[in-house]
Design a protein around this ligand. Structure first.
Ligand code: NAD
Ligand code: ZN
Length: 353
């Protein structure tokens, strides 16, 4: 679990005070990885105070993080600084948060990040790392994984060393997000809850968080009555609880298929989950019905026919990625999932998207 968290509008102002005691020496910098959507945004960047060798790197979230991007960043940091950093601070959405976690892990673990994709393969603790979300939904701020696209698969580095040492939850930072993106990333949280609450891995720990997040999502996306501030506050807490729910259970069918789309077509996580989930009535009837209502209420048009031009080889690549995520299927369907989740079944699902 995340060891320290502060919450509140304006809490981002406390960043410098919080990290100051973690500075190892003047040659060991803090490295800030910041979503480049904030480039030129003085409201945010003026509150980041750089000292000594500290460095701020703006990084685009247009593409989801890859293992080679992580390895390049780590190399760049090692080459540019005399000492190992005092800490890595990620500021942005799931993309930047995952990058920060992965870079912090790879600064203390030998080799390439692709070798750590999987469960509990990380040997050494990461360096101190701080996560500051600027869009809510993925739960990346609280989870024990960092999802990376590698040469062979899209898969997380899941380990006890992955979670942040410190998280700053400041809902004010989630201002100015385009509506579609707000919906897609918010639905990631909703889908986490549906997959967790309907999974065979469910337990009282996950259920308590999942139910809370599910209720918050309904209030945010169905009632739509509160002020913008209230909505931001609620979605930030929904994201946290949704992430906590899957941390002790698993995601399911939507994520397995969405990872296939992401790997082959580069479809990003939030929108990819929505495209998949829209077609999963047979697995999650209640959740999908509610999702369709929320989609209509917010005037969201999802892309159609994204798989219509694909050939056999391409379908097979997506099917391989999806089937490789065994824990997700076992959670969704049960121990005997291989009896019903066949290649033909997945092909027919992908063909509908
Ligand atoms: P994102 O980080 O990819 O950002 C989406 C878009 O929103 C980007 O264009 C970004 O620039 C913009 N944005 C972010 N904050 C903004 C703000 N305050 N104002 C304006 N624009 C803003 O989106 P995401 O949906 O949060 O993250 C998706 C990533 O998270 C994927 O890579 C996915 O694999 C990963 N993920 C990780 C976990 C985990 O547990 N580690 C869980 C779910 C998803
Ligand atoms: Zn997700």
């Amino acid at each position: 679990m995340v060891s320290r968290v502060i919450y509140g509008r304006g809490s981002f102002n406390q960043l410098s005070d919080i990290i100051a005691p973690k500075r190892l020496n003047v040659k060991a910098p803090f490295i800030y990885l910041v979503d480049d959507v904030f480039k030129g945004n003085a409201w945010l960047t003026s509150r980041i105070s750089l000292a000594y060798e500290d460095q701020l790197l703006f990084i685009s979230a247009d593409q989801e993080p890859t293992t080679s991007q992580v390895d390049d960043l780590v190399e760049q940091i090692i080459l540019n600084h005399k000492d190992r950093p005092s800490g890595i601070i990620g500021i942005g959405g799931g993309t930047l948060l995952d990058l920060a976690k992965a870079v912090a892990l790879m600064l203390t673990n030998k080799g390439e990040s692709k070798d750590y994709q999987g469960w509990d393969l990380v040997k050494s603790p990461a360096i101190y790392h701080v996560g500051i979300p600027t869009i809510s939904g993925t739960g990346a701020e609280v989870s024990r994984t960092t999802v990376l696209t590698g040469p062979e698969r899209k898969l997380g580095i899941n380990s006890d060393y992955t979670p942040f040492d410190q998280v700053i939850l400041d809902p004010e930072l989630t201002t100015g997000i385009p509506k579609d993106q707000w919906f897609y990333t918010g639905m990631d949280c909703f889908i986490h809850c549906v997959e967790s609450l309907n999974g065979t891995y469910l337990n009282a720990f996950s259920q308590s968080y999942g139910e809370k997040a599910y209720e918050l999502c309904k209030e945010i996306f169905m009632d739509d009555k509160g002020s913008q501030e209230e909505q931001q506050d609620k979605l930030m807490m929904a994201s946290w609880h949704g992430g906590m729910s899957i941390a002790y259970s698993q995601v399911g069918v939507a994520h397995a298929l969405s990872y296939g789309l992401g790997y082959l077509l580069g479809t990003r996580h939030g929108i990819g989950n929505c495209i998949v989930f829209d077609n999963l009535e047979e697995f999650y009837p209640e959740g999908v019905a509610l999702f369709k209502k929320m989609k209509t209420l917010h005037g969201i048009q999802l892309p159609q026919g994204i798989c219509s031009e694909l050939g056999d080889d391409e379908f097979n690549i997506m099917i391989d990625v999806a089937l490789g995520l065994e824990p997700l299927w076992e959670n969704a369907i049960g121990k005997n999932w291989k009896q019903t989740i066949t290649r033909d079944k997945l092909r027919s699902l992908y063909e509908r998207m």
